[in-house]
Structure formats: structure tokens, C-alpha cells
Design a protein around this ligand. Structure first.
Ligand SMILES: [Zn+2]
Ligand SMILES: [Zn+2]
Length: 132
């Protein structure tokens, strides 16, 4: 799978090779605020499979560094310095994320009452359980 995406103004562009490691929805407060919507929809890929161009600004959140376009404000990525993974906000894909479905949901205690749980996605009340 090869995917491409970018911010609203086109200053930031990216390309992804291969399948995501995992995909999810998060209903936590910081995802709600950084997305400006009720939840965020994201996929995580190996950092090496993503090519970026353009300048990014960064806000350090609980989950890591939230990266956004300093010109138009689109929220695109999250990664921690030194991590070999990159989280991509799937709404920034060209043509939308319709080929990708969420594998899990996080912070379901904060899910809006009018949003139904995704039947195919595993449900977590708060953060994803630590993997060994
Ligand atoms: Zn932009
Ligand atoms: Zn979140």
C-alpha cells in the first residue's frame, strides 16, 4: 500500500509505504482539542516507511510531540523524539482514510454518547494496555 497526504495549505506533504502497525480512534481530551473534533483517528507506521517534507511545529502532549503545520494549523503527526514509530492523523490522507478502519478505541469513557462503539475495534476505557 502506498498512501500520500498533507496539510490544508500544502506546505507539509508525506508519503507512506506499507501497512500500518496499528490503527485506532482516541476520545481523550488532548486528542479532542488537538483535532478540534470529538475524537482522533490515527494509524501508526514504522518511522522509516514515512517520507516527510515541509516545516512542522510541535506541541509536547502527554502522548508525545504533536506536530502540526505552522502555516494552516492542520494536525498531522505525533511521535516522541528517538521513537522508531510515527502516528499519522488519518484525516490528512489525500482522498480520506476510507481504506483503513480502526483496530481499537481508546478513552471510551470520554466517547460522546451519540457515537456508537465500532464493532470490529477492541475497546479500552483509557490508554492502550502496555505491550510486553
Ligand atoms: Zn499547512
Ligand atoms: Zn487521545
Amino acid at each position: 500500500m502506498t498512501l500520500s497526504g498533507g496539510c490544508n495549505c500544502g506546505q507539509v506533504r508525506y508519503a507512506i509505504e506499507g501497512e500500518p502497525i496499528r490503527t485506532g480512534l482516541c476520545h481523550c481530551e488532548s486528542c479532542r482539542k488537538s483535532s478540534g473534533s470529538a475524537f482522533s483517528f490515527f494509524g501508526v507506521w514504522p518511522r522509516a516507511s514515512v517520507t516527510l517534507s515541509g516545516d512542522l511545529a510541535c506541541w509536547q502532549s502527554r502522548a508525545g510531540g504533536d506536530r502540526f503545520c505552522p502555516h494552516c494549523g492542520s494536525s498531522l503527526f505525533c511521535w516522541e523524539e528517538g521513537s522508531d514509530e510515527i502516528e499519522i492523523k488519518l484525516g490528512t490522507l489525500d482522498g480520506g482514510p476510507s481504506s483503513i478502519a480502526p483496530g481499537y478505541e481508546l478513552w471510551t469513557i470520554r466517547r460522546e454518547h451519540w457515537l456508537a462503539p465500532q464493532a470490529e475495534a477492541s475497546q479500552h476505557a483509557r490508554d492502550r494496555p502496555k505491550q510486553d
